[in-house]
Design a protein around this ligand. Structure first.
Ligand SMILES: [Ca+2]
Ligand SMILES: [Ca+2]
Length: 199
């Protein structure tokens, strides 16, 4: 008798504190083709020698979903390195512009407003003939290529979808400075008028 009453009390206690949906981890879907767009690339920032620590690029969530970026692979094929893999727990709201940067340290990254993903030396944004890809498993989610990279300015995309960014005429050179790293709009929609990207 006592033990069954104890079981009832225990189940009441459980249901009143944490049973049901509260306290459960919320899971979010992984990105699918068309969800993520590489929207801005700063491969050649203003620097005092080696530009690597100030390199960054931006990814836009064009979907209406909150996405779990864990496992996303970032690669510059010409680096001849294994891809950088985004760690678990990076959750991206719809419409967000996320900053992927070499370094999360504002004293060396050129004054980025924040960093959502730090890729370190795994990814190097070369200053010419750059191809940058983001993939999940065997699915290539987006890829951009630039033969010529401006010095001290990012390239930003004017049509935010993963097909338009394959066309160079949809890319523009930033003109508004964000900090010591040069001109760009890291983490936000670009507002500069378009100076066409170099061929
Ligand atoms: Ca570079
Ligand atoms: Ca931007």
């Amino acid at each position: 008798m006592r033990s069954s009453l104890g079981a009832v009390l225990a189940s009441l206690l459980l249901s009143s504190c944490g049973g049901g949906s509260t306290g459960q981890p919320v899971s979010h879907p992984a990105p699918e083709l068309g969800d993520l767009v590489i929207s801005e690339v700063m491969a050649n920032p203003i620097d005092t020698g080696n530009d690597a620590s100030r390199e960054w690029f931006e990814v836009y969530n064009a979907s209406s979903k909150t996405l779990d970026l864990g496992g996303l692979e970032v690669s510059v094929p010409s680096n001849n390195k294994p891809p950088f893999v985004v760690p678990a727990g990076v959750i991206m709201p719809p419409g967000a512009y996320f900053i992927f940067a070499d370094s999360a340290d504002p004293t060396v990254n050129g004054g980025l407003p924040r960093v959502d993903v730090a890729f370190g030396s795994s990814v190097q944004l070369v200053n010419a003939s750059l191809t940058l890809t983001i993939s999940l498993g065997s699915t290539l989610l987006d890829s951009v290529s630039f033969a010529t990279i401006p010095n001290g300015s990012s390239l930003f995309l004017v049509a935010l979808d993963p097909v338009s960014n394959d066309t160079l005429s949809n890319w523009c050179v930033s003109s508004t400075s964000y900090g010591a790293g040069g001109a760009g709009s890291p983490g936000a929609a670009a507002t500069d008028s378009c100076v066409p990207a170099p061929m």
